[in-house]
Design a protein around this ligand. Structure first.
Ligand code: DGP
Length: 115
């Protein structure tokens, strides 16, 4: 999508050091880290949010959550102690970038409830 910053990162129109890439997914460090480990995992395909993900996106989302995130958590050293995965969705959900993304946060104790 033309004006989407995460599409530009996925398509390498904007340089961002990628921590992971495959045919459908890229992962990179968050620009404004909220924890010692803060990585964004995104589908290359433009999906505006979890709300509009469609049945054909299921396999991609399962791949991200069941394979890519656990792999990154292990590689980044947060799997054993624990980590948090966040998908902000919509205005009150705190979503600022309208391209589905999974925050992987770790390296410190997380609080509940979140802010
Ligand atoms: P959210 O609020 O859930 O939409 O999170 C968007 C996150 O994306 C926010 O933590 C900051 C990050 N971000 C925004 N623009 C860029 C960018 O150009 N590069 C990187 N690495 N992160 C970005």
């Amino acid at each position: 999508m033309a004006d989407c910053i995460f599409c530009k990162i996925a398509q390498k129109e904007i340089t961002s050091a990628l921590l992971y890439e495959d045919n459908g997914v890229v992962a990179f460090k968050d620009l404004e880290p909220q924890a010692p480990v803060h990585v964004l995992i995104i589908p290359k395909k433009h999906i505006a949010s979890l709300l509009v993900a469609c049945p054909e996106d299921r396999a991609l989302i399962a791949h991200i959550t069941c394979e890519v995130i656990p792999k990154l958590a292990r590689e980044l050293g947060v799997a054993e102690k624990g980590f948090r995965v966040v998908v902000n969705t919509g205005e009150e959900g705190g979503q600022s970038v309208k391209h589905l993304h999974f925050h992987l946060l770790g390296g410190r104790s997380m609080q509940w409830p979140p802010g």
